[in-house]
Design a protein around this ligand. Sequence first.
Ligand code: Z5A
Ligand code: MG
Length: 212
Amino acid sequence: MTRRAPFIVIEGLDRSGKSTQTALLLQRMKATNIPAQLVKFPDRTTAIGQMINSYLQSDSDLDDRAIHLLFSANRWELASTIEQLLNSGISVVCDRYAFSGIAFSASKGLSYEWCRSPDISLPAPDLTLFLDISPEAAKERGGYGEERYEKEEMQRKVGEIFRRIGREISADGGKWVNIDAGREREAVAEEIWKWVEGVANGAVGPSRRLWT
Ligand code: Z5A
Ligand code: MG
């Protein structure tokens, strides 16, 4: 029987280096003969993803709840694909997940519980690596400020909600790791690799669903 592969999520604040680190991690997994597949949210390639893209680029306006549900629907579109990959022994490395959904929408003033509910029962990560960086350090990195949510005050609130989610996931028996992402790329990548090697070589339990 094929061993279930781990589901690894890279979360973090804007410009913390999620996409950079996801790419480095995938390269290293492949070089080490660990089969792995990238998933990124929002997945802007689907019909729902295109609506999200147009909202993020401020080409369209949507009610806060409507856009929240679109982000969640965009994850549900890929939920069974993620499960199939894991069950066939291919690790999934995911650039942002449901935690971004809650953090961004709740920081606009929507209730935390309401924001969490549409993502209840999505595949649960075996490991979540949270890339932490100060808004000041993030601001110095390329491209900051081009999209709708990239304002400093918003980023501060988003960070607080992410930390709350992390505490709750850990209290629930999930694996949530805070990584200092303000360092050199290589130092961050090395720490990420240590955690990933641990789950990739260790026993992965039965698949779980988020918040169930
Ligand atoms: N959103 C939401 O509201 N609800 C949801 O459910 C989801 C998302 C899933 C777009 O997401 C928006 O959608 C986002 C959250 C919201 N809000 N905003 N704004 P996205 O994932 O598409 O966002 P992005 O465009 O990929 O940006 P990002 O994720 O914030 O960036 P990043 O991936 O963390 O960073 P990066 O692209 O790897 O690096 C940024 C720059 O820093 C780049 O120039 C790098 O070369 C540089 N970099 C990276 N690492 C380092 C180090 N270590 N040192 C120095 N410089 C570095
Ligand atoms: Mg990114």
